[in-house]
Design a protein around this ligand. Structure first.
Ligand SMILES: [Zn+2]
Length: 367
């Protein structure tokens, strides 16, 4: 009798679907060892891992080192070589970018985790993934470390996607700080769309609405500088009015998110007011907008409150797991959830969104 029940259960199983979300992580990322009191510390990653384990189970993949060739697509080879000479040393590369004995090894592995993410997504075994690199990357310039970042993980990943044949790559940067390094690397490149929502003014001071790319890259940098205090409603409005219409029109073949959680209300380095539910809503909005076959990979950036990191990564991961389990949730209009909750931005935020819309309406159809 027991055997019959088991057999029936087996027969009732649905055909196998892509139900897994890849996570790329590495023990080395904890060995990038922060000086006392530094906000970019290993406990951040422990908190993110705790959030993911609350959300469910993942296809866990080991990261590998990025090669010189992969780094050389976005970084000056002389800079990469000079970093190599610093292996084993401690100190500071700028006023806030520290170096511990294992930092250089971690940085190369961090960029490799983002490259590996693009590879697993491009193979089609899973549509969604999350890389958890430390040190973070989006402030790193082609030839310079800055803002806790040594190598620009997401930029190395986007360049790798291009090398694998993806024609249009999206980098959506919702870290609360402007991703100046990523923007600079792709500023003249029409094949990589860089979209950044950031508190303005704030570190590093770049990312004005009128900075929209240069040469063939004109219109391919979309900056959304937002006044402090932006909450879930402000981000929802920014997504509905600007981010999602732009993503829809660009129609990426691969999408990456520079996933910082420092726009959360609890974060000590910024003054935005996003909740974990707000991060989930942005992820849902993005999933409902990406072309059906477009893979989505998140690459961890900042976020400095441990509870916010844990809760926000859990919320985002639950959306990815749900999308992998039930693709129709984000594909079939009758099943599609409302993209984002209704929003009521303040007059100050409404004015900022209007200015951004005006700056970008030369390049995109925005209502
Ligand atoms: Zn940040």
């Amino acid at each position: 009798m027991t055997q019959d029940v088991n057999t029936n259960r087996h027969l009732a199983e649905k055909p196998k679907r892509m139900t897994q979300v890849a996570v790329l992580d590495d023990a080395l990322f904890l060995e990038h060892d922060a000086p006392p009191e530094h906000p970019e510390r290993a406990e951040r990653l422990v908190a993110v891992r705790a959030g993911l384990s609350r959300a469910g189970t993942f296809l866990s993949l080991e990261a590998r080192d990025a090669t010189d060739e992969e780094l050389g697509r976005v970084h000056d080879p002389g800079y990469v070589e000079s970093l190599g000479h610093l292996a084993g040393r401690s100190g500071y590369l700028d006023s806030d970018t520290y170096l511990s004995p294992r930092t250089i090894a971690a940085a190369r592995r961090a960029a490799g985790s983002a490259v590996g993410l693009v590879e697993v997504l491009s193979r089609g075994t899973t549509r969604f993934g999350f890389a958890l690199p430390r040190p973070p990357g989006h402030h790193a310039l082609a030839d310079r470390a800055m803002g806790f970042c040594l190598l620009n993980n997401v930029a190395v990943a986007a360049a790798h996607a291009r090398a694998l044949g993806h024609e249009r790559v999206l980098v959506l940067d919702w870290d609360v700080h402007h991703g100046n390094g990523t923007e600079a690397i792709f500023y003249a490149d029409p094949s990589v769309l860089f979209v950044s929502l950031h508190q303005f003014p704030n570190y590093p001071g770049t990312g004005a609405a009128t900075d929209h790319g240069t040469g063939e890259g004109r219109g391919r940098s979309v900056n959304l500088p937002l006044p402090p205090g932006g909450d879930d409603g402000v981000y929802a409005a920014a997504f509905e009015r600007i981010v999602l219409p732009v993503v829809e029109q660009f129609a990426p073949s691969l999408a990456l998110v520079s996933c910082g959680f420092d726009a959360h209300a609890r974060d000590p380095l910024a003054q935005m007011r996003l909740s974990a539910a707000g991060y989930a809503a942005m992820t849902r909005g993005l999933l409902a907008t990406l072309p059906e076959a477009c893979p989505l990979g998140l690459v961890l950036e900042g976020g400095y409150d441990l509870e916010a990191l844990r809760d926000s990564s859990e919320a985002v991961a639950r959306v990815l797991l749900g999308g992998a389990e039930s693709p129709e949730l984000y594909r079939d209009p009758p099943h599609r959830p409302p993209r984002l909750p209704p929003s009521r931005p303040s007059p100050e935020h409404s004015a900022a969104l209007a200015a951004i819309t005006q700056a970008q309406s030369r390049f995109w159809k925005l209502s």
